[in-house]
Design a protein around this ligand. Structure first.
Ligand SMILES: [Zn+2]
Length: 440
């Protein structure tokens, strides 16, 4: 008999390994940070004992959800300007407020709120693109969440950096500070094809190759972007990035809404990961990404919420439900993006496009213990015929009861264990007053 630090039991265990089998009366044994075994409760109890056994009846266990594209600190701009087009939204509302308030202190406080919201909704890993990611990294360590933190790069000066050299110096600092960290993966994030010229994209690629880290960018989000890039370079945004050598397995690109069939072929061939942000795309009326077509062509697609200013929450459960329904409606085919595919995209595919596929994304021996326990004893989750269907179409963030990251319980009985929730909310209210006061 071996000793485990923690044993998690559940009526339904979804490991999200290749066959997507549902293990009834399942259990996961955790030792330190790692999963040492996942299987039926009977199998686990033959091999492992532990003083700490959690979960149990009326529960489902699945891998922690992965948010592959957000701007976490933008939670402080949630609902600040809604119901207007992307360009106007950015230029007249988001950028002016960021110009006034975006500091390291802003990011430090805002990231706490974003992590609190995501962890309580079962998200254990997020990929970010923003500024002051070094500050975000420190918060992730404190709060106990996993992140791929992309140091933003744009062609023009901001409060954060004055020149390209400045942006890349910050990116390199981030890499040096976090390379090898257990929770934080540094990343370089040229913002988009219309805000970064070829020089900055190439510098980002060189940096990523030098340190063997991922690259993150926005790509083909709006029709405006496609026509602007056509005007500048005579190519689609995908063709343009391909020509300058940016497309590879190292890159995960957010949106990919406006794609030609040739673009999809290129993304598949170059093994670019795609962060599908359906709710942000719907809300900003950017369009709907051809996800069923991409999946069919072999492009790996996962879910992202984008920032809370254009979503307006950071719930991956919400993205799964919305995406699964919208793609059925627009393709007039109820078989596309079924509930198993939705959970696969939200877990294993998410981890894979971030370059973390060997560490998290499924519950198997040797992987890090990032997982969630949800309570099924709720009216909207009763009765149960198909557990995948319930997670995709019925489950809400408030059904998430326990969240484990790197073997540590960070949400217990629905409450964050690592920081004071009230304090985080109070700080957010303080910033709300400052930001509101500035525009009155
Ligand atoms: Zn974005």
């Amino acid at each position: 008999m071996q000793h485990g630090d923690l044993i998690i039991k559940a009526d339904y265990l979804l490991t999200m390994e290749d066959d997507l089998t549902v293990i009834k009366n399942g259990a996961v044994a955790v030792k330190g940070k790692n999963i040492v075994k996942a299987g039926t409760s009977e199998e686990i109890s033959k091999e492992y004992t532990s003083e700490k056994i959690i979960g149990g009846q009326g529960r489902v266990v699945f891998p922690g959800l992965v948010n592959t594209h957000t701007h976490a600190a933008m939670v402080y701009l949630r609902g600040i300007a809604d119901d207007i087009p992307l360009q106007e939204w950015l230029e007249k509302h988001i950028w002016p407020v960021e110009g006034k308030f975006l500091t390291s202190e802003f990011v430090a406080d805002a990231v706490e709120l974003a992590c609190l919201e995501m962890l309580k909704a079962g998200v254990t890993t997020y990929a970010d693109m923003y500024f002051y990611e070094d500050t975000a990294g420190k918060k992730l360590e404190k709060i106990g969440m996993r992140g791929v933190l992309g140091a933003g790069v744009i062609d023009f000066p901001s409060m954060y950096a004055q020149s390209a050299d400045d942006y890349f110096r910050s990116a390199e600092n981030l890499i040096n500070n976090w390379k090898g960290s257990e929770l934080v993966t540094p990343c370089v994030a040229p913002h988009a094809t219309y805000t970064c010229g070829p020089e900055n994209y190439k510098r980002a690629r060189e940096l990523a190759e030098k340190y063997d880290i991922p690259i993150h960018t926005h790509l083909s989000e709006t029709q405006w972007e496609v026509s602007e890039i056509q005007r500048r370079y005579g190519k689609t945004p995908v063709e343009y990035l391909d020509e300058i050598g940016i497309l590879s397995e190292r890159l995960f690109a957010a949106h990919c809404v406006w794609l030609t069939d040739k673009d999809i072929e290129i993304l598949a061939k170059k093994r670019v990961g795609v962060a599908h942000c359906i709710e942000s795309n719907l809300k900003l009326a950017s369009g709907i990404a051809p996800v069923p077509k991409m999946l069919k062509a072999g492009v790996k697609v996962a879910f992202g919420t984008d920032g809370a200013a254009s979503n307006n929450d950071l719930s991956i459960l919400g993205e799964m439900s919305t995406a699964a329904k919208v793609h059925k409606a627009i393709s007039e085919d109820p078989t596309v993006l079924n509930s198993k595919t939705a959970l696969l995209m939200a877990t294993r595919y998410g981890a894979e496009i971030l370059g973390l596929g060997d560490k998290v994304g499924s519950l198997e021996q040797g992987k890090l213990a990032d997982l969630v326990i949800a309570n099924l004893e709720k009216p909207h989750l009763t009765p149960i015929y198909d557990i995948y269907s319930h997670i995709t179409y019925c489950m809400r963030p408030s059904d998430i009861e326990t969240v484990i990251v790197n073997g540590k319980i960070v949400v217990d009985a629905g409450r964050l264990t690592t920081m004071d929730e009230e304090e985080i909310l109070n700080k957010a209210r303080g910033w709300q007053e400052k930001i509101k006061g500035s525009s009155d």
